[in-house]
Design a protein around this ligand. Structure first.
Ligand code: IFM
Length: 442
């Protein structure tokens, strides 16, 4: 008897995602490198150091990705390498990126390139970073240079990674450089990033009319603790609006909505996403709480009894991916899942996580949501920002001291799925039999 199968559309992109500072090593010329030096900033005072040594050996991991049957990879370029001093380009760095992108293509991996993933050149920080609109033409100049030099190798651009997360953690939460705690400043930073996105979108299209230019936008589910409560519902609506929707309003309608601005219309931003990339990890329950003004009166927590990933990173909630995809379908844009994954060092959850999230994505696709690709975070364990090396997201485990790699079971499963462009009953039986009935009911 033929076994039941979940097939994915032909030409579907299967990949993983990484970012420059987290994998390259020795990114000494950016704000994170400086930030890491200060005791107390990073868990265990870890440093990114050599990271995964991609500056010297990314190709070894590209080989592993190809062996797993992947046909795409999302990576980011390090602005501080390409433009180490204001207005000066490093030809060797650009050449190395050319080599990496060509290396991906040679292996049949379609690159998706991010131009800003949390780190900034030190010279930019000295000029005020993202706090003033002066950054917008500077970013546009960098993006133009990159598109001129590398555009022949790249068709998919996810210009900014998670501008909402960057603005909040760096300027309101104070946990990331420059460590500020000022919500109004965070909104200003987010506005400037969105303005920069608009200019970058136009600049890339001037040079490459057929390129697909989008974003990697972090989205979360915010559910009211009590759905019937007249206080919990708005308490959950507010973070949904600020975290999820402001960015979408900007990229679709071209409007910086309140509290970013008073509905400022920005022509460069109108319809400035050829696709929507979403980074999905988890959901928050939200209860109204008058004693939490800093969180806009919404106390956030994980549901009791929820399955949590390592270090309390978040609830494992695959249904959230389905729900968000259904919502995003309203924007009528191709969608990529530009990140999805979990920290799970011993890999006891990852196989199940992959299966249940991909099943949720499949359900959305079957119902007509135009999902074109999925990039798991991440290919290999890497430097997890303020959590240092304590959280391990890799399909491949990394021994940071020896640089030795070991493919986890989750990686083996992902490889089988990529090769088959499908999930089979047999895969579920072998990797996570406990969810067989959920994934293939009946
Ligand atoms: O490691 C990060 C990545 O840089 C951005 N998205 C979330 C990942 C896991 O926390």
């Amino acid at each position: 008897m033929e076994q039941a199968m979940m097939r994915f559309p032909q030409g579907f992109l299967w990949g993983t995602a990484t970012s420059s500072h987290q994998v390259e090593g020795n990114n000494t010329n950016n704000d994170w490198w400086e930030w890491e030096k200060e005791p107390g900033h990073i868990c265990g005072d870890h440093r990114s150091g050599l990271a995964c040594d991609w500056w010297n050996r990314a190709e070894d991991d590209f080989d592993l990705a190809r062996e797993m049957g992947q046909n795409a990879h999302r990576l980011s370029l390090e602005w501080s390498r390409i433009e180490p001093r204001e207005g000066e380009w490093d030809d060797d760095a650009i050449a190395r990126y050319r080599q990496m992108l060509a290396g991906l293509r040679e292996r049949g991996l379609e690159p998706m390139v991010t131009l800003h993933h949390f780190t900034n050149p030190l010279w930019l920080v000295e000029k005020g970073g993202w706090e003033t609109e002066a950054v917008v033409p500077l970013f546009e100049r960098y993006v133009t240079k990159v598109a001129e030099e590398l555009g022949d190798l790249v068709e998919l651009w996810s210009v900014l990674n998670e501008p909402n997360v960057y603005a909040i953690l760096s300027y309101a939460g104070g946990r990331w450089p420059p460590g500020k705690q000022n919500l109004l400043l965070a909104f200003r930073v987010l506005s400037n990033m969105l303005l920069a996105h608009g200019r970058a979108y136009q600049a890339i299209h001037r040079l490459q009319p057929r390129a697909k230019v989008g974003i990697a936008h972090a989205v979360r589910v915010f559910d009211p603790a009590d759905p019937s409560s007249r206080l919990d519902r708005p308490a959950a609506w507010i973070p949904d609006y600020i975290f999820n929707r402001l960015v979408l309003i900007a990229l679709i309608e071209g409007v910086l909505a309140f509290p970013l601005a008073l509905n400022r219309k920005v022509p460069d931003l109108v319809d400035s996403a050829d696709f929507l990339g979403i980074n999905y990890y988890t959901r928050d329950m939200v209860a109204f709480d008058a004693s939490h003004p800093g969180e806009l009166f919404g106390r956030r927590f994980y549901p009791e009894g929820a399955e949590m990933s390592d270090g309390g990173y978040g609830e494992v909630y695959p249904e959230g991916l389905y729900r968000l995809l259904k919502r995003l379908a309203a924007y009528d844009k191709p969608i990529y899942i530009t990140e999805n994954g979990l920290p799970d060092e011993d890999d006891d959850q990852r196989p199940r996580f992959i299966l249940t999230h991909l099943a949720a994505m499949h359900r959305a696709i079957e119902e007509g949501v135009p999902v074109k690709g999925y990039f798991h975070w991440s290919l290999v364990d890497n430097f997890e920002w303020a959590e240092g090396w304590t959280l391990r997201f890799g399909l491949i485990a990394l021994n940071v001291e020896t640089q030795e790699r070991t493919v986890r079971r989750g990686g083996q499963l992902y490889g089988e799925i990529c090769h088959a462009n499908a999930i089979t009953q047999d895969m579920v039986r072998r990797y996570a039999p406990e969810v067989l009935d959920k994934i293939f009911p009946g």
